[in-house]
Design a protein around this ligand. Structure first.
Ligand SMILES: [Zn+2]
Length: 314
């Protein structure tokens, strides 16, 4: 039996984050996107879905390797193998010459990532200072001392200058508390477990696990944003749909929206707008998080669609 599984979330940058873009000389720029609004153009942070995807894929490769799956051992990024369970779900492009040339379409689509608030990047001055152990003492020594030490190690020429010179550079960062909507659409997941993980388990696991590693460099990580939006208690801004028919409003925030409060209201209104039907299940907030955790933990959650296996013709 196959089902679709969609995830809608609003996540928060819990500290300054860097999403690498072009690196100019000594300046680490961040990825921004220009959004035309009814009042004119604005620039917003952008958490590119292709980067989110890379993080999610890696998390599954590691997990499957951990579970003893031998097929993932010859799979990687960007050299996808086209044979393992990650490739079967996330797609693959094998361009190396040989019999296996070709591609597999992904069944997991990541989208969203345009920040809600139009906050300008924070710019921080950084200094990369060489640190070495010299005569048993670790420290940041004078340039001449470091040079002398490195020469003894056999370093010479341009490398000697580079490795002994403190290098000032600037980094642009996403401001903490920036909110990003994320949308994952997974198509025709096989409910029955055939490999080390079931396909719904792989989607849930990679979604939850990759939250910790969003961003480039250091620090990393985002968290599901919590607010009282589905009752009195603070709950994550999270909606999970398991379905065969698309009977719910998609909880998508317009990139034009710049007001976090309005964005959350829109999310909530759309989240509560769906048809009750045996072919459509919607989980909201804490319940949605519990569902993803249960799946990620390798258990079958209390879902009729996920439990209805082995029905012929589906
Ligand atoms: Zn693979």
């Amino acid at each position: 039996m196959r089902v679709n599984l969609d995830i809608y979330a609003i996540v928060e940058a819990t500290q300054e984050l860097h999403f690498g873009n072009v690196r100019e000389l000594n300046v680490g720029r961040i990825e921004l996107v220009t959004v035309p609004t009814l009042e004119g153009e604005i620039e917003k942070f952008y958490m590119s879905p292709t980067k989110v995807r890379g993080v999610a894929r890696r998390s599954l490769l590691w997990r499957l390797k951990d579970l003893g799956d031998k097929t993932v051992e010859s799979c990687g990024i960007p050299a996808t193998c086209g044979r393992c369970d990650v490739c079967k779900l996330y797609g693959a492009l094998t361009t190396t010459a040989g019999a296996d040339e070709g591609s597999i379409a992904s069944r997991v689509y990541q989208a969203g990532g345009v920040a809600i608030q139009p906050i300008p990047p924070e710019i921080k001055q950084r200094l990369s200072s060489p640190t070495y152990f010299i005569n048993g003492q670790m420290g940041q020594y004078e340039r001449s001392k470091v040079k002398e030490f490195l020469k003894k190690q056999g370093v010479s020429g341009g490398d000697l200058d580079r490795l002994s010179t403190p290098m000032p550079y600037e980094m642009e960062y996403v401001a903490p508390s920036s909110l990003f909507p994320l949308y994952w659409h997974s198509l025709l997941l096989e409910v029955e477990k055939k490999g080390k993980m079931s396909e719904p388990e792989m989607v849930a696991f990679s979604f939850l696990d990759s939250l910790k590693r969003m961003g480039a460099g250091h620090p990393k990580g985002v968290e599901l944003f919590h607010k009282a939006w589905n009752g009195d208690k603070k709950e994550p801004l999270l909606v999970v749909d398991i379905y065969k028919k698309p009977l719910g409003k998609r909880c998508i925030i317009s990139p034009m929206e710049t007001d976090a409060k309005k964005a959350i209201e829109t999310f909530s209104t759309k989240a509560h707008d769906y048809m009750k039907d045996e072919s459509f299940e919607r989980y909201l907030g804490a319940e949605a998080e519990k569902l993803l955790r249960t799946l990620a933990g390798g258990k079958t959650p209390d879902s009729k669609l996920l439990k209805s296996k082995a029905k012929s013709g589906s």
